[in-house]
Design a protein around this ligand. Structure first.
Ligand code: PRP
Length: 179
């Protein structure tokens, strides 16, 4: 596995411009409503930190951490909640913030789970979505980038828990070619 300057998929500048654009749209859409951002840890940490500071509305922030039950059961779409929300979301305008959508199974499960808690509204903001990879449909209201089916790191995304601190999003290349 290697990372090089040539493998930048999205530069810090491109990401920051997109974050400003998304935050502007969200600020306009939620004007007059109490917004609650729910960041899905750990990947969404950097994205939500930047996004929330560009949203020009009063808002609340909460976190969830989830993990799939293991590769063999990944297709079942059942995820384990490692950290649940601190507060009740009933009657709140909830915007789930994710770094990347791959199969869509994590968000599909999370949305069903959150919906049962009766928020006033429930939408998704995702920085990236992999093209043609979803096994289940996920309706994303605010999407940053559609990317090919490649393995990426940086800006919150990891490889073996490393590289989350990179400001750009890089393509991970292996000795066997692009992953
Ligand atoms: C990543 C990402 C999403 C999920 C998307 O999290 O942050 O939560 O995978 O995959 P899916 O659409 O196939 O369900 P990951 O499990 O890598 O954990 P992390 O956020 O802690 O890095």
């Amino acid at each position: 596995m290697s990372l090089s300057k040539n493998s930048v998929l999205l530069s810090e500048k491109e990401i920051q411009e997109k974050v400003c654009e998304l935050a502007g749209t969200i600020s306009a859409d939620y004007e007059g409503r109490e917004l609650l951002l729910i960041a899905v840890m750990k990947g969404a940490l950097v994205f939500v930190a930047d996004l929330m500071r560009k949203i020009k509305l009063p808002l609340e922030l909460d976190f969830m951490a989830v993990s799939s039950y293991g590769s063999t059961t990944k297709t079942s779409g059942v995820v384990r909640i490692l950290k649940d929300l601190d507060a009740n979301i009933e009657g709140k305008h909830v915007l789930v913030v994710e770094d990347i959508i791959d199969t869509g199974l994590t968000l599909n499960y999370l949305l069903r789970n959150l919906k049962s808690r009766q928020p006033a509204s429930l939408e998704i903001c995702a920085l990236m979505c992999k093209e043609k990879k979803q096994k289940v449909p996920v309706s994303v209201k605010y999407l940053g980038f559609t990317i090919p089916d490649i393995f990426v790191v940086g800006y919150g995304l990891d490889f073996g828990q490393r590289y989350r601190n990179l400001s750009d999003i890089l393509i991970v290349e292996s000795e066997f070619g692009l992953q």
